[in-house]
Design a protein around this ligand. Structure first.
Ligand code: HEC
Length: 121
């Protein structure tokens, strides 16, 4: 009598444990999107290349002659309109004869400016 009682009790306990544990096992989740993959419509490489250009062909001079407009990865978007005006509309920059942009650099700059939604480009 006593023996049967214990086995029944243990069976119930085991069943209870199984139910408890099964609630911890999450149902298979849908595949999460991979992190760190940038959306296809932005090109971080283009921005980096253009910044490189601004740094080597513009900042070299601005640091000394126009220190309030030294371009950075943070302010280049904010300056896009002025850069477009100075380089492509008024053709004042790069100032002087010592520093010239190559065809490829003009192309890069133009390509990037197109991503900046400027009204006139
Ligand atoms: C050899 C020196 C020199 C170089 C190189 C140069 N700049 Fe300048 N830039 C200046 C000076 C000086 C000023 C301020 C006086 C002026 O506007 O002429 C200026 C002003 C500017 C301004 C502000 C003009 C305005 O009033 O809105 C912009 C924008 C600019 N430069 C963009 C560029 C870009 C882009 C490049 C590179 C492709 C560049 N500059 C290369 C000397 C230079």
């Amino acid at each position: 009598m006593q023996k049967i009682h214990i086995t029944v009790l243990i069976s119930w306990l085991l069943l209870l444990l199984m139910i408890l544990f099964s609630s911890f096992i999450a149902p298979p989740s849908p595949k999460a999107p991979a992190f760190g993959t940038p959306p296809a419509n932005i090109a971080p490489d283009l921005k980096a290349e253009v910044f490189q250009l601004l740094d080597t062909k513009c900042n070299v001079c601005h640091r000394k002659k126009n220190p309030f407009r030294v371009f950075s990865l943070k302010n280049m978007e904010r300056n896009a309109k002025r850069i477009h005006q100075q380089v492509f509309v008024y053709k004042r920059m790069p100032k002087g004869d010592a520093i010239k942009l190559t065809d490829r650099e003009y192309q890069l700059l133009k390509q990037w400016l197109k991503t900046q939604n400027l009204p006139s480009s």
